[in-house]
Design a protein around this ligand. Structure first.
Ligand code: FPP
Length: 246
């Protein structure tokens, strides 16, 4: 499925090495079908599997998914526990296949807030996939960008107080090194589903020069075809990073 688009991607030039996605619209997808919201999230979990496979096929190296924000802790407890259960289920079901596919999973965010079962699952998937080299899959869970930047500032301040870093050495690279995303380059492409035109506290530092693509498709309907179309759209763009064309 999508082989025609994959062939076009191969001819289209550079593939975005790092793709980030705000997976939005699970609730509306369920509402449209008169289903409870957790069933929308369950359908969203299947879309995650589809997009991971599509990313590997297209040659994407890093896929960063916004699965649960710090703000999402304010949702009704039943929805939070359904999402935590889904996370555990996703990991239990997918961990072997992820490892076989060469996917390395990292979970970014404040994991101290996760229930013990979800936290253990997160540690398990990170451990069991640690040798993967084909795709880095970053799941942002209990993640917010402002909290991440504040944490980086705190870590740098601690280093200065301990005498390990000099004040004058704190520059952009030093801040970048303290972010959860330090091991990876910034996203080349950000996709947001369900048509909402905002960043919702996601990767605010890292998205400085990222190409944005907003699609009306609701997350559970997002398939590898949509991913391939987004990559083709990216390949038609000219990235200047604030400079003029050579
Ligand atoms: C936004 O839709 C989506 C979420 C808050 C959760 C995303 C979770 C998944 C895709 C499934 C689980 C993922 C993994 C990795 C196991 P929304 O509920 O805000 O939708 P709405 O705006 O239509 O209400």
């Amino acid at each position: 499925m999508g082989d025609d688009l994959l062939a076009q991607i191969r001819l289209g030039g550079a593939v975005p090495r790092h793709v980030a996605i705000i997976m939005d619209g699970n609730g509306r997808w369920a509402l449209d079908r008169h289903l409870p919201r957790p069933l929308g999230h369950r359908a969203g979990m299947n879309a995650v599997r589809e997009v991971v496979e599509g990313a590997i096929e297209a040659g994407v190296e890093v896929l960063t998914l916004f699965a649960f924000s710090e703000e999402n802790w304010q949702r009704p407890p039943t929805e939070i526990s359904a999402l935590m259960d889904l996370l555990e289920e996703y990991i239990a079901r997918e961990v072997d296949e992820l490892r076989e596919q060469g996917v390395r999973v990292h979970v970014l965010g404040d994991r101290t807030r996760l229930v013990p079962g979800a936290r253990a699952a997160v540690e398990r998937v990170e451990h069991d996939t640690r040798d993967g080299t084909r795709l880095s899959l970053n799941l942002c869970i209990s993640y917010s960008s402002r909290a991440e930047i504040a944490r980086a500032a705190r870590l740098l301040a601690e280093q200065v107080l301990a005498g390990a870093t000099k004040l004058e050495d704190i520059d952009e690279a030093a801040v970048q090194e303290q972010l959860y995303t330090a091991p990876w380059r910034d996203p080349d492409l950000l996709i947001r589903t369900s048509g909402e035109q905002r960043l919702s506290n996601f990767l605010l530092w890292q998205l400085a020069y990222t190409e944005l693509l907003i699609t009306p498709v609701l997350w559970p309907d997002f398939s590898r075809r949509q991913l391939f179309e987004a990559i083709l759209d990216y390949q038609r763009r000219e990235r200047r990073f604030g400079k003029v064309t050579a």
